[in-house]
Each structure stands twice: as structure tokens, then as C-alpha cells.
Design a protein around this ligand. Structure first.
Ligand code: PMP
Length: 428
């Protein structure tokens, strides 16, 4: 396949000037120049349906965020060592969405920084070092967080104090009691740490297990596991970078789907709809050991412009009813994608919560053997049909379907008919 001259030129310029760790999506890379709502446009004027972006979560270039950021940028932007109302008002608002025990907020710019701080807090509080994460977890780019991110692959050594728990892949694991099964996996890892003289500090998880292949499980199944974490003197850190801010529909936060109270919550991506802002919310007593020992200052974290964006995001989620919208539109999209299973035996399972869907491709439904090659070809074919998605999971065979929350019922036709055409071409 030959690339358009302009794409070839940009691709080769990238490889000349950018660090080589960067990875582009697609054999035929996409050059985007404009976004609005759930749509994107490339340089040639083609319109795409964005089925992947949870950063521009309330929609690309949402006018409320653009306006709020613009106004604040003209007024003042500086760090958090001076008084400012906006960070306080935002903290009141965000803490009001969480259980009452979670009563403190801190701000950073990325999910990595939030998780990095959360791990340090867990270690300070427990006096231990051991952290449990899921087998294909991704929690960030810093030394500490990449040490708990097996998704980075074998090139990334994990911390010797990291333990990996089997993900809740209830498509393959048949169990009558999801909660008991997962709690037992956690207990095993804690026991293993103890046997090796490592003190347990905490369990860090994204409650929809997105990099493990989008594994929502039954609402509530995490509860028993979190009880085990607490009984063993550790804390639970809910990484809400993926499921947070109304994404899963049933609740504003992913952890709330499970009726659990985390000790620390970390946020990122959708919080500022593209403005880099992230947060860490925690129970005051859990923060105390860290705060007593160390100061924390994050130059850009929680500045007035970031807070203006974050306020606007909450306003829009409320005003546009995006949580209920995510629930209903997500259910309709899920049902429409599941209908394709009648035609294509390669679709093993379609599962999800709200507008966060995993579409799992298998060689056959008996063996459930993952079909990574088909998943990759499908992502490429969808791109040529102007629908943007990507893959997740340990086998790379699960399409991650996660559009901006303003995705509409009328967009379902576009995705489902594109899927149908692409699958027919690839498997017919
Ligand atoms: N946690 C999860 C669950 C994530 O998906 C990501 C980013 N993909 C991060 C943390 C890291 O966030 P950031 O890239 O903003 O540092």
C-alpha cells in the first residue's frame, strides 16, 4: 500500500526529529486537523467518527471548555502557592461526587503523576512496599508507575515488589461467584509477598480493567477483594483515569459501580477535556503520613486555567446529562454490536459498561482462542471506513470502543455498518 506523499513526508519527519519510543497508530497514519463533538477531520477533509477518545470526553473542542480556558487565560494563570477560589470550589464539587470519607484533593497534570503520588502515599501509610496490579495493567510513565505497568511489555522490568493478579476475565473464567474468585486471587498475591518478606502496601486497579481487555464484570464483584486488601493492612487505589467522569454510565466513578470506598482515587484524561489536569482524592488519615513527612508542589497542577477547564467539564456533564446518556446510548450501542454475533462467529463476546465496550475476536467460540491478527486487520479496515478504534488486552484481540460521551444514537449505524462491511471483507 502506498502512502499519500504528505503522509509519507510527515511520517519520515517524525522519525528524524522525535524520540524513537513514539508509536503511531495505523499502517496508513491519520493526519487530523480539526475536531468537533464525536467527529474528527483529516487534512484531506475526510470526516471520521471517533470511537476511541476519552480525553475529549465531553466532545472535541467543546465550546464551554474553550470559553472557560480562554477567559481564565486572559485573567491569570499561576501556581498553587497563592490563594485562589477556583481550586477550592472545584475540590468541593469533586469531593461531593465521592463517598464522604474521601475528603482531600490534590492536583497534578497527568495520570502518571497521580498514580506515582498514590503509590508513595500507600507506601508511607502502610510502611510496606508491595503493590498488586492486574497482569496487563498500565498506570503510567514514571519510574514508579512503569514499575507497576506490565502492559509496557518485557522490555520494562517490574519493581521487585510488584505482584500481578489474574484479570477478571469472566469470558474465559467460569465461576458462579465472581467476587469470591477475585478476592482469592488477591489473597494469594498478598500471601506470596508475605512469604518473601515483602510488606503489602496496596492494590492499584482501574475498575474496568481497560488494558486487560475491557473487563467490567458484574457490578459489585470487586467488593470482596477490597475487603481482603483492608484486612491485610493495605489500601485500595482506584485508578479512575479510564472509567471516571461518567464513562461507565451506571455511576459517575468506576469504583461506585462496585459499591466500594477506595482509600485513594486517581484521575486524569477526561478531567480537563484535553487541558492537562489530573487529581488525587483521598481519605485525610491515609494522606497524613505522607503529608507529615513531605511537602508536595506541582508547578502546573491545579492552576486556575486547569481548574477552569475542569469546572467546565463538570458543568457540561451535568447540563447535558452525560452520565445517563452514556448509560442509555452505551446500552444501545452494545446491543447493536452484539447483534453482529449472529452473522460472525469470530465475535466471541461484546461486553461493556456505558460507553466503554470491549469487542473480543476469537478463532472460534468453542476454544475462545484469541484472534489478534483479525483484530488488527479490523482496526485498519475500520480506519479506512473512517471509524477510529484500537485494541487492548493481553492477546491484543479486543477492540476498545470508547467514543466521546456525546456519541449519539444516530452514530450507531455508522459504526455497526462499518463493522459489518469490514468483517464481511475480512472473514467472507
Ligand atoms: N492509568 C490508566 C488506567 C491509563 O490508561 C493511563 C494512560 N493511558 C494512565 C494511568 C497514565 O496517564 P497519563 O498518560 O496521563 O500519564
Amino acid at each position: 500500500e502506498t502512502l499519500a506523499p504528505e503522509i509519507r513526508q510527515l511520517t519520515s519527519k517524525r522519525s528524524q526529529v522525535l524520540g524513537e519510543s513514539y508509536r503511531l497508530f495505523y499502517r496508513n497514519p491519520v493526519h487530523l486537523v480539526r475536531g468537533q463533538g464525536q467527529y474528527l477531520w483529516d487534512k484531506a477533509g475526510n470526516q471520521y467518527l471517533d470511537m476511541y477518545n476519552n480525553v475529549a470526553s465531553i466532545g472535541h473542542c467543546h465550546p464551554a471548555v474553550v470559553e472557560a480556558v480562554h477567559q481564565q487565560m486572559m485573567q491569570l494563570n499561576t501556581h498553587t502557592r497563592y490563594l485562589h477560589e477556583s481550586i477550592l470550589a472545584y475540590s468541593d464539587r469533586i469531593l461531593a461526587t465521592m463517598p464522604a470519607e474521601i475528603d482531600r484533593a490534590m492536583y497534578m497534570c497527568t495520570g502518571s503523576e497521580a498514580n506515582d503520588l498514590a503509590i508513595r502515599i500507600a507506601q508511607c501509610w502502610s510502611g510496606g512496599t508491595g503493590i498488586i496490579v492486574s497482569k496487563e495493567a498500565y498506570h503510567g510513565t514514571s519510574a514508579l508507575t512503569s514499575g507497576v505497568s506490565p502492559a509496557l511489555g518485557s522490555g520494562q522490568p517490574l519493581s521487585p515488589h510488584t505482584r500481578l493478579v489474574a484479570p477478571p476475565d469472566f469470558y474465559r473464567i467460569q465461576t458462579a461467584d465472581q467476587g469470591a474468585w477475585f478476592a482469592q486471587q488477591i489473597q494469594q498475591q498478598i500471601d506470596d509477598m508475605r512469604a518473601q518478606g515483602i510488606k503489602f502496601a496496596g492494590f492499584l486497579a482501574d475498575s474496568i480493567f481497560s488494558s486487560d481487555g475491557v473487563l467490567p464484570g458484574q457490578p459489585g464483584f470487586l467488593k470482596q477483594a477490597i475487603d481482603v486488601v483492608h484486612q491485610n493492612g493495605g489500601i485500595f487505589i482506584a485508578d479512575e483515569v479510564q472509567p471516571g467522569f461518567a464513562r461507565t454510565g451506571e455511576a459517575f466513578w468506576g469504583f461506585a459501580r462496585h459499591g466500594i470506598v477506595p482509600d485513594v482515587v486517581t484521575t486524569g484524561k477526561p478531567m480537563g477535556n484535553g487541558i492537562p489536569v489530573s487529581g488525587l482524592m483521598a481519605k485525610a488519615p491515609v494522606l497524613a503520613a505522607f503529608s507529615d513527612a513531605l511537602p508536595y508542589f506541582n508547578t502546573f497542577g491545579g492552576n486556575p486555567v486547569s481548574m477552569a477547564a475542569a469546572h467546565a467539564v463538570l458543568d457540561v456533564i451535568e447540563q447535558e446529562g452525560l452520565q445517563a446518556h452514556s448509560l442509555h446510548t452505551g446500552a444501545a450501542l452494545l446491543a447493536a454490536l452484539q447483534e453482529l454475533q449472529a452473522t460472525y462467529p469470530c465475535i466471541g463476546e461484546v461486553r461493556g459498561a456505558g460507553l466503554f465496550i470491549g469487542f473480543e475476536l476469537v478463532k472460534d467460540r468453542e476454544s475462545k482462542q484469541p484472534d489478534k491478527a483479525l483484530a488488527l486487520d479490523l482496526v485498519e479496515a475500520l480506519r479506512e471506513a473512517f471509524v477510529l478504534t484500537s485494541v487492548a488486552g493481553p492477546y491484543g484481540n479486543v477492540l476498545k470502543i470508547r467514543p466521546p460521551l456525546c456519541f449519539q444514537t444516530q452514530d450507531i449505524d455508522w459504526v455497526v455498518s462499518a463493522m459489518d462491511r469490514c468483517l464481511r471483507k475480512l472473514t467472507g
